[in-house]
Design a protein around this ligand. Structure first.
Ligand SMILES: O=C1C[C@@](O)(C(=O)O)C[C@@H](O)[C@@H]1O
Length: 229
């Protein structure tokens, strides 16, 4: 996955959804922190879609303990040919937590995999300049800078879309979305402003974040809006 154009990922904790995702997804996001035996799942995987692996620590809204083992698991996952991208938290790359995530980025590059550097806010959305500044730091450390914030108003979504457009115009690769009910439509609209990655569960009951559309719906929405252009 090079993310040179919009890439829609089926977000999941179960690689068994791959056949059902093929019609609408460009790849899978395996949320290793949500999954049962994620490395065994990767050992058994024989699907067609490429995989981005994420192992989100508890301090960034996930379920993985902040241990060296969390990063070790990502490094082991990167040894699988189907794994062509990895998500690393900006905070982990900038020294938060107890372990240096930079070693995972090095392994990713050794395997020709893309590095998505992510940052999340489950309470609010910063102003546009703060979004730009934080995403620039993320872009400096990987191939795509990603922000998922929580919108409380249409103004929050406007700030995220404006930042997305600004950074894209500057030549940066970003992935942006606003979580929650007020931000939900940004998942369909942000790609028109340059966002490179979307996340959606095959089954809406299996959402990995607030406000996600199901995969088929998001593919339809983005496709129709892109065709309107
Ligand atoms: O960081 C992201 C984005 C996301 O939180 C979303 O809002 O769709 C979903 C997560 O699975 C993914 O790792």
């Amino acid at each position: 996955m090079n993310f040179e154009s919009f890439t829609l990922l089926a977000a999941t904790d179960d690689l068994g959804v791959e056949p059902a995702a093929r019609a609408d997804a460009d790849g899978l996001e395996l949320r290793m922190d949500f999954a049962d035996e994620p490395l065994a799942q990767l050992d058994d995987y024989d699907g067609d879609l490429p995989i981005l692996v994420t192992n989100r620590p508890t301090w960034e809204g996930g379920e993985a303990a902040d241990t060296a083992g969390r990063l070790d698991a990502l490094e082991t996952a990167l040894k699988h040919d189907a794994v062509t991208a990895v998500d690393l938290e900006l905070a982990a790359l900038e020294g938060a937590g107890d372990h240096d995530a930079g070693r995972v980025a090095d392994v990713a590059r050794d395997h020709g995999a893309s590095v998505v550097v992510s940052t999340h806010n489950f309470e609010s959305t910063p102003d546009r300049d703060a979004i730009v500044s934080r995403l620039e730091r993320a872009c400096d450390r990987g191939d795509v800078g990603k922000m998922a914030s929580t919108a409380q108003s249409p103004d929050d979504v406007l700030a995220m879309l404006g930042a997305t457009r600004e950074l894209t115009a500057d030549g940066e690769q970003v992935a942006t979305m606003c979580m929650g009910a007020a931000g939900r439509h940004s998942r369909a609209v942000a790609p028109l402003y340059g966002s490179r990655i979307g996340y959606a569960p095959v089954d809406p009951a299996d959402a990995t974040a607030p406000g996600q559309y199901d995969l088929a719906t998001l593919r339809t929405l983005v496709g129709q809006l892109q065709n309107d252009g």
